[in-house]
Design a protein around this ligand. Structure first.
Ligand SMILES: [Fe+2]
Length: 207
């Protein structure tokens, strides 16, 4: 793979995942190669050219097939998503700004906070199929990333879960619940309670 194209990447990634023992590692290897051979600006240009006309900021799907979904993640300033799962392997290739993944694990009927991983341009963060996370853009500028999922996101939505921002209760991933819980997550981060179930509030100064 040399010059990045959405169709070329999708074909190469699907082929690598089909022939690998671990589709998770194969997807990350494809993205690592793409990021090594292309600048973030080159990948962004290819994604912007592939975005459907009129697509909203949350709907920038540039490729969807039974094996793979590619999403141009344009993350608004200071946005924090609801905690959610994907049920398929996923990778985040950071292109612009930063994206923090707050990672959790199931613990009884709730969740336990495990770790936060910050991706900067050029980084690729891999998430296993059973991963649970919430994303955050800590900066005052819009972030950009290529989000890749090992399945058709449109077809698996009824298998996915959200966790409520206040009690970490598992709920179905149907709109508008993801938006409502994201808003609650951001309000909660503004006045974070002391809880072992919570990710650490961002301690970064505004910039
Ligand atoms: Fe996610």
């Amino acid at each position: 793979m040399s010059e990045f194209s959405v169709d070329g990447f999708a074909a190469a990634c699907k082929e690598a995942m089909a022939s690998a023992d671990g589709s998770h590692k194969a997807m990350k290897a494809c993205l690592d190669e793409a990021m090594a051979e292309n600048t973030p600006a080159e990948v962004i240009a290819a994604l912007e050219a592939a975005v459907p006309a009129g697509a909203d900021i949350g709907e920038l799907i540039v490729h969807a097939s039974p094996e793979l979904t590619m999403l141009y993640g344009r993350i608004p300033p200071r946005f924090q998503s609801a905690t959610h799962n994907h049920t398929v392997v996923a990778c985040i290739a950071q292109l612009e700004g930063e994206e923090i993944s707050h990672i959790y694990r199931r613990d009884g009927d709730g969740l336990r906070f495990i770790d936060s991983k910050t991706a900067v341009p050029g980084d690729v963060v891999a998430l296993a199929a059973d991963a649970i996370h919430g994303i955050e853009n800590p900066n005052p500028t819009t972030g950009g990333a290529l989000h890749v999922y090992g399945g058709d996101f449109g077809a698996i939505v009824d298998q996915r879960s959200l966790w409520s921002a206040d009690r970490h209760e598992e709920i179905a991933f149907f709109f508008p619940a993801p938006l409502k819980e994201s808003v609650k997550t951001m309000k909660r981060a503004a006045t974070p309670p002391v809880s072992t179930l919570s990710p650490p509030p961002s301690r970064r100064p505004p910039r």
